[in-house]
Design a protein around this ligand. Structure first.
Ligand SMILES: Nc1ncnc2c1ncn2[C@@H]1O[C@H](COP(=O)(O)OP(=O)(O)OP(=O)(O)O)[C@@H](O)[C@H]1O
Ligand SMILES: [Mg+2]
Length: 225
């Protein structure tokens, strides 16, 4: 097994001086190939902050993040973006789909950004939308989809590059119970088929219990349960 993501002595503060909020405090953590991990913690404990740091979307106050054994702070923005696009997929609590684009274009976007041939990218997008049960919705824009369907498109978009690790921040947070269960089962199924690692941030213990490892984020660091 190899490390996909590693956090070493990670610290993160918002602001400084009197307005300083310390969120992460000397946090150490690794995600290896094929692992299914849940990070659980109360609202405001720093889960989204941690995910953003792991993805190189924010810079640590101290410590380092390695993706595929490469220290991302040593990279230029463009290289960091490439490393991220190659290795990681994201699903957010709110889908973050582009409102003017149809499901198929939203799904194909990570490939189109990476200069993959348009026809090839759309073909792949169509295939993955089939896998998530949306073959009859490919021309629908986000406003023409239900909440669960939007989240499925977001999952399809995250998985289209076959990332080594899928990072999901409360992916079922705004769905009803049945849709939440379906979306989670779908993430797990795609994860099994594509042999990716899965890191889910949640405060829902029933989701956490479906993962193979569970960590609690408290007082700025992670403890395995
Ligand atoms: N831009 C910011 N400036 C200052 N403080 C911030 C900023 N963004 C977040 N925070 C604070 O940092 C802490 C961690 O926020 P974060 O979004 O990581 O929490 P979370 O665990 O994801 O919470 P939730 O479960 O509600 O999504 C919170 O207390 C929040 O108020
Ligand atoms: Mg959050």
């Amino acid at each position: 097994m190899s490390d996909i993501i590693e956090c070493r002595s990670l610290c993160f503060n918002y602001g400084d001086g009197d307005s300083k909020t310390s969120v992460l405090n000397n946090l150490n953590f690794k995600v290896e190939t094929n692992e299914k991990i849940a990070i659980v913690g109360q609202s405001g404990c720093g889960k989204s902050t941690l995910l953003n740091l792991m993805a190189g979307l924010d810079t640590p106050s101290e410590g380092e993040v390695l993706i595929n054994n490469i220290n991302i702070s040593n990279l230029k923005e463009r290289q960091r973006t490439e490393l991220r696009a190659k290795n990681l997929g994201f699903v957010y609590q709110f889908h973050h789909l582009l409102k003017d684009f149809s499901a198929i274009y939203n799904t194909a976007l990570p490939l189109l950004i990476n200069d993959v041939d348009k026809n090839e990218a759309l073909k792949k997008a169509e295939n993955i939308l089939k896998k998530v049960g949306l073959e009859n919705r490919i021309t629908h824009k986000p406003s023409e989809l239900s909440g669960g369907e939007r989240q499925r498109v977001a999952i399809a978009r995250a998985m289209i590059t076959e990332p080594a690790c899928l990072l999901a921040d409360e992916p079922t947070g705004n769905l009803d119970e049945k849709n939440a269960r379906d979306v989670l089962d779908l993430i797990i199924e795609l994860n099994n088929n594509q042999n990716t690692a899965l890191l889910i941030v949640t405060h829902d213990l029933s989701i956490a219990n479906k993962m193979s490892r569970r960590f609690d984020l408290t007082d700025g660091s992670l403890n395995e349960r």
